[in-house]
Unconditional design. Structure first.
Length: 204
């Protein structure tokens, strides 16, 4: 079994890649997270784009462990905020604390900033860039999930801005979708699906 390091401590991201690989019929890979390897210096996310950040994280992980490494950088781009929060999505509010506290603070700030924006101008997209770095080289892909921002959080699935993101053509927020429904449509699901051919090669 070939080992692939998912350069994250977020078990939901690990589970998402598992589901994408299962759906594509890819076997022969063991997925590890950062919790499964010795700690190493992780460079801060200073890139101006999701692609730069994802590639830097994957390169760091590969260099430190020698394992084929997948990393993603993702966030929310809101048209009325000129594409922000963008690469700053995870730290938009500047609040410290656990992931749930940060998510609530980030979402509350976003809704406050969009308070006066009419429904027709609340367009947004989730964006994910995923990078794979291995002996075979480097692959970077991008997935986008268009939609809009609702006025009140709805649903308790997912994480981040999912409760306020209404995918285009849906009457349910991302937090109201099942994991399988979200995988089939989401930005990260779309990006990870684009990585499947390279991961299939690693699986041999």
């Amino acid at each position: 079994m070939a080992e692939v390091l998912v350069a994250s401590r977020n078990q939901k991201k690990l589970a998402e890649l598992h589901r994408v690989l299962d759906a594509a019929g890819v076997s022969g890979l063991t997925l590890l997270s950062l919790e499964d390897v010795d700690p190493f210096d992780e460079a801060p996310e200073t890139g101006a784009t999701f692609e730069e950040n994802a590639l830097a994280k994957a390169r760091d992980a590969y260099r430190a462990t020698g394992l084929a490494s997948v990393a993603d950088d993702s966030g929310l781009e809101v048209a009325a905020l000129n594409g922000m929060p963008g690469v700053l999505s995870a730290r938009w509010s500047g609040v410290a604390g656990d992931a749930a506290e940060k998510d609530r603070a980030n979402t509350a700030l976003l809704l406050a900033q969009l308070g006066d924006v009419p429904d027709g101008r609340r367009g947004a997209a989730f964006v994910s860039a995923c990078a794979l770095v291995s002996r075979a080289g480097e692959t970077v892909v991008r997935g986008e999930w268009p939609g809009s921002i609702v006025r009140e959080p709805r649903g308790d699935g997912g994480f981040g801005y999912d409760p306020v993101f209404l995918p285009s053509g849906s009457d349910r927020t991302a937090a109201e979708l099942s994991p399988a429904e979200k995988d089939a449509a989401s930005h990260r699901g779309r990006a990870l699906a684009l990585l499947v051919p390279a991961l299939r090669e690693l699986a041999g």
